[in-house]
Design a protein around this ligand. Structure first.
Ligand SMILES: Cc1cc2nc3c(=O)[nH]c(=O)nc-3n(C[C@H](O)[C@H](O)[C@H](O)COP(=O)(O)O)c2cc1C
Length: 207
């Protein structure tokens, strides 16, 4: 299992670095091979295909999540290369958790609408002493290792989606059914609707 911690920070050796090192150590102790990579807005993020888990994190400066991480979503190809990736998020900031959850986390989450976010956490600078990093990693691992329930039980096809499915050539139906049910499972959808099928097609087949 391979994890990468993708981050941005203005400081070197600051509180974000400390949190990253603690997360990395904890993941490594749980059997992950871990790398960290500092974001730049225009970097090529195709290398993410080699990783099973992507942890995204940054501090907040002047009410905005550190700019290179946000820039990688807006100007770079980060979003495209996170398709279907298991993602965990953290921020390091001076604001309280409720404020940060309201103002800052959405700045990242708006770019991750189609990702399964395993866990998210707001760390105060100097959070290492209170064990919050370990509990964050525990939550990430718990969600990462969750065994999917039976596909047949968890995601039900709507009548419309079934009807559409019947229009497919029979030789494609088996593969497509599995793909659609696995996608719904991964995204946590309870129903397979026409919209879910379109989304699966965009995410799995689109560029
Ligand atoms: C110039 C500056 C601006 C900051 N602005 C905010 C802010 O708007 N909201 C907030 O919650 N924290 C803010 N903070 C607190 C930082 O997010 C926090 O100290 C963080 O740990 C810095 O990470 P670093 O040590 O990796 O640079 C700011 C800190 C600095 C130095």
């Amino acid at each position: 299992m391979k994890a990468v911690i993708l981050y941005d920070s203005r400081s070197s050796g600051g509180s974000t670095d400390a949190v990253i090192d603690a997360i990395g150590l904890s993941l490594a102790e749980s059997g992950f091979y871990v790398e960290k990579a500092k974001c730049t807005a225009t970097a090529d993020y195709r290398f993410l295909k080699d990783f099973d888990l992507v942890v995204l994190g940054a501090p907040v400066y002047y009410f905005v999540v550190a700019s290179q991480l946000l820039g990688a979503f807006i100007y770079g190809n980060l979003k495209k290369n996170l398709k279907r990736k298991k993602v965990a998020l953290f921020l390091v900031c001076g604001s309280s958790e409720p404020v940060a959850a309201l103002l800052y986390l959405p700045q990242l989450k708006m770019h991750l609408m189609r990702n399964k976010i395993l866990a998210e956490k707001i760390f105060a600078p100097g959070a290492l002493a209170d064990g919050t990093v370990d509990s964050f990693v525990e939550e990430v691992l718990l969600q990462y290792n969750k065994v999917p329930k039976s596909r047949v039980l968890s995601a039900k096809w709507t009548d419309e989606a079934k009807e559409w499915f019947q229009t497919m050539p029979p030789f494609m139906q088996g593969k497509f059914k599995t793909m659609a049910e696995e996608y719904a499972e991964e995204m946590g959808y309870k129903e397979i609707t026409l919209e879910v099928l379109a989304e699966a097609r965009d995410n799995l087949g689109g560029t």
